[in-house]
Design a protein around this ligand. Structure first.
Ligand SMILES: [Zn+2]
Length: 190
C-alpha cells in the first residue's frame, strides 16, 4: 500500500500545481492593508524519492509593496519547515503504522528516510499535530471520528488513500496545507 506512489514521478508536478493555485488565490486576495503583493519566495532544498521538476526548490511567498508584511500561502508541497516533502512525511508516517524492523528497513531503502526521523515524525503527528488548533477545528468535519493514536494512518484512510489514487493524496495534502503557514499549526480550517 502507498508504495505505488513511489513509482509515480508526476506527483511533485501535481502538488506544484496545487501550490501555484493556492499562491494565486493569496495574491488575488492581496495584503490586509490593501497593498499589492510582490513575489518573495524562500529557497528550499527538499528531500524526496523522486527527481523534482523545476519550482520544487521554492516555497512560494509574497511581501506587501506598502507595509512589507509577508504573506505565505498554504502549501501542499511543504509541511512547515520539514526538509522532506509533505507527501513523504505523510506517507512514510502512515506506512510506519505497526512498525516491524523489516518495514523500517524498507522505508529507509525505498523512501530514503532514516528510522530516527520516522520516529520523530510519529511523535509530531500524535502529539503536536493532534493538539493543534488546526486539527481541533478540522476533526469534526469527518463523518467518522479519526483515531488520533493511529495518526496519520487513520487520516490517510479517511481520505481513501487505500486505493493509492493520486487524487486522494492530493486531497489529503490540500487538507493539510494550512499547517505549512505561520504560525506553525495555529492555522484554523476555513
Ligand atoms: Zn500591506
Amino acid at each position: 500500500m502507498y508504495q505505488s506512489f513511489l513509482k509515480d514521478a508526476s506527483l511533485p508536478e501535481l502538488l506544484l500545481r496545487v501550490d501555484a493555485d493556492l499562491a494565486r488565490m493569496a495574491k488575488a486576495a492581496g495584503c490586509r492593508c490593501r497593498g499589492a503583493l510582490h513575489v518573495s519566495n524562500y529557497p528550499r532544498k527538499p528531500r524526496c524519492p523522486w527527481t523534482l521538476p523545476d519550482g520544487c526548490d521554492l516555497r512560494l511567498s509574497f511581501s506587501c509593496a506598502i507595509c512589507r508584511k509577508r504573506t505565505t500561502p498554504p502549501s501542499a508541497l511543504f509541511l512547515g519547515r520539514k526538509v522532506y516533502l509533505a507527501v513523504v512525511v505523510a506517507l512514510v508516517s502512515a506506512l510506519r503504522h505497526g512498525p516491524t524492523p523489516r518495514r523500517m528497513a524498507l522505508l529507509k531503502e525505498q523512501w530514503g528516510v532514516p528510522a530516527r526521523t520516522v520516529a520523530r515524525w510519529g511523535e509530531w503527528w500524535r502529539a503536536a499535530f493532534v493538539r493543534s488548533p488546526f486539527w481541533r477545528s478540522a476533526r469534526g468535519r469527518f463523518a467518522r471520528p479519526v483515531d488520533e493514536q493511529a495518526m496519520p494512518f487513520s487520516l490517510a484512510e479517511a481520505f481513501g488513500l487505500n486505493a493509492a489514487k493520486p487524487e486522494a493524496l492530493c486531497a489529503l495534502l490540500r487538507f493539510l496545507s494550512p499547517v505549512s503557514t505561520r504560525p506553525w499549526l495555529l492555522a484554523q480550517v476555513s
